[in-house]
Design a protein around this ligand. Sequence first.
Ligand code: AMP
Length: 285
Amino acid sequence: MIIFNHFTNLRSYLEKCWQSKKKIGFVPTMGALHHGHFSLIRESQKHAGITVCSIFVNPLQFDNSDDFKKYPKTTEEDILALEELGCDVLLLPDFEEVFPDEASENKYFGLGYLENILEGKFRPGHFQGVCMVVERLLNEICPYTIFIGQKDFQQCMVIKKLIELMSIKIELVISPTLRENSGLAMSSRNMRLNAEEKKIAEKLFQSLQFIQSNLDVNNFLQLRDRAIHNLSNDGFNVEYLELAKTDNLELVSQYNSQIAHVILIAAYLNDVRLIDNILTEATSM
Ligand code: AMP
């Protein structure tokens, strides 16, 4: 695996791929890699001729500076794991490389409705930060395909929208959420949970499953109240628990079984913020 810290060197290396039309698969991450990330790397290896992974903990997408400071960093282990997986290229830029001037830190992306709900509502500026870094990386890497995880359901929609706004042709592949045996969605933030908290955290997905399996036309609000009540008793502080249409993420209170829906949750367990989602149908997004 070749590691690049600078875009100029990476671009010289990728030049050959662009010229020979070798398909570049791109997996953007913030590091502290786990099996969820690895599944994206493997997916890229199946589809693409060369796989580029990036690790960059982007301060501009953290609305909470404490969360940024405490975000786990395991770069040495990440490098070893990527080597072992046979990833071709790792991009490890620093802040100045990604955001070389003020203008690059102050772009605005017209995300519309997506920015005002769920993660957008509770993490102001988060998706602008995501778009700033992803736009920069896509422009530098020019991948054929970008591989992202359904775990961050709303982010998948934001990246779809970003690609539209950039008027570029990039294939988007969304992979299912990898989970621990307990059902807990794998996440870098899980490293901040102790054993007892990890056990409690399992209840997040159990709540989603409970709602999914009991959902009827008129009972979402009741199921939500019950789930929030139970999760609060377990020590969670639930920020949102919503039902939305999968195609446009319109929030609804009534379930229509003819339409694909997703149930999304964000909750704090002590100071660790966890998110998860479940589709109301067995189909992937
Ligand atoms: P992150 O490092 O958290 O920014 O995540 C980088 C990519 O990995 C994003 O596309 C995430 O959606 C994806 N990802 C994170 N957790 C999982 C998971 N448990 N299963 C599959 N993909 C994931």
